[in-house]
Design a protein around this ligand. Sequence first.
Ligand SMILES: Nc1ncnc2c1ncn2[C@@H]1O[C@H](COP(=O)(O)OP(=O)(O)O)[C@@H](O)[C@H]1O
Ligand SMILES: [Mg+2]
Length: 454
Amino acid sequence: MDIGLIDGDSGTPGKKHFQLDIKLHPTQKIVDQDPSRFVIARCGRKWGKSTTGFVKSIKHAGIPGAIVWYVGPTYKQTKRIGWKKIKRLIPREALQRKPNETDLSFTFKNEAEIYLMGADEPDSLRGPDPNYVVLEEAALMDPDVWYKVLRPNLAPKKAKALFIGNPKGLNWYYDLWQEAEKQPGIWGLHHYTIYDNPHIDGEEVAQCRLDCKNEAIWRQEYLAEFESDAGRVFHFNEADVFKTVRDPQRTAICYRGIDWGMRDPTACLWAYVEAGILKVFREHSQANLAASQQAQLIKAKSENLRCDMTALSHDAFRQDPEMKGLTVAWHFVRAGISPLVPSSRDKAAARDLIQKLMDEGKLQIDPERCPMLRRQLQKLEWQDTLLEKTEDGDDDSCDALHYLVYLLASRLLLQVEKSKTEKRDKNKLYLPDREDRDSARFSQSGDPVYHVSQ
Ligand SMILES: Nc1ncnc2c1ncn2[C@@H]1O[C@H](COP(=O)(O)OP(=O)(O)O)[C@@H](O)[C@H]1O
Ligand SMILES: [Mg+2]
């Protein structure tokens, strides 16, 4: 493919052509040739969005002095991935000088410039007024980035913009598409899927299909459909999961899952297993308390219960020099919350277990007494569905549920399928130390005392 760059050196308007080492595939060509001022290419994973965005940017740099802004959702990601990819595509001999690694910019011989930017860093969204802007994965950006930052910057030069990305639920990108449909002269709309990239092997696509367990996620991510439900991490029917759970019988054995947090809340859940069903009947959630105070509160809320094992977040077993080598776990054990099992680090596997329990009707949560857990389970959303990264936010109670379910997997007759990314965790049980058990130091309450060692 040729890009026409005016030879700025000679000052003559003779066109010099530089070859790009890529040929757009048929549907990429359609997007490329759309003359609309604003173009939305709503396309699935691996259709070739990034490639198209880069090629379009480079082609716009064919206009002498043109300024192109290439904006990705995060500065870090754009720098790490985008920068390298676009650098590979740009013919070196078309550049006036070496790529600017600090600014993430290219200056061409015709004085045109391409800037790479991240929507999450307002400081990176500055520069000379653009002639052309690409918003890659716009759905992952805050709508203000378009409405308040980018759109006004297009005004001086009546610049064009290309939105190229997957949908994310029915967020602002969906609204934008709806609005754009009403203005066909100005907006050009395109919708393609992974199946439209001839460079992706058909068998590989079939494998992706198999590996993607969730139908809504498949449709959103690969088929670029607007899915109302794909963002949610857990899929369940409210009435099936949230049912009144009575207190356990006096003889019933209970379990606790604790997600330790200092500034974030520490969350604790109490549950028992009855007829193969995990029944969560109590919760605790509080921030800004010392480990010893949290431990006392949890202990108090456990009165008259026969608590067996407790899963505690693994980071609570880390020694802290501030605490003279003691661990948060040590405080919990000292308060009688024992034995403790460090939580699994394999969140993905734990999430699968929770979903499985929900699907099989084996999870019941008392809605009145566990309002925090209920809200978090409903609200927990993927920030990146395929990388299985959740939105930052309150998920402490969900984490406590992860630990609890992972701990009880065998009792609930669940097969744990460890995720590939799992960091091995010995899931060591912190058992009583004979010396400590015999000493009277911490046993005034009459509870057995367990020593926690690293
Ligand atoms: N026109 C093309 N010619 C050759 N390979 C392509 C082309 N467009 C995309 N690809 C390849 O397809 C894969 C996905 O492309 P990419 O642009 O990263 O897709 P997306 O951003 O939509 O996930 C990459 O391996 C890329 O090199
Ligand atoms: Mg991409």
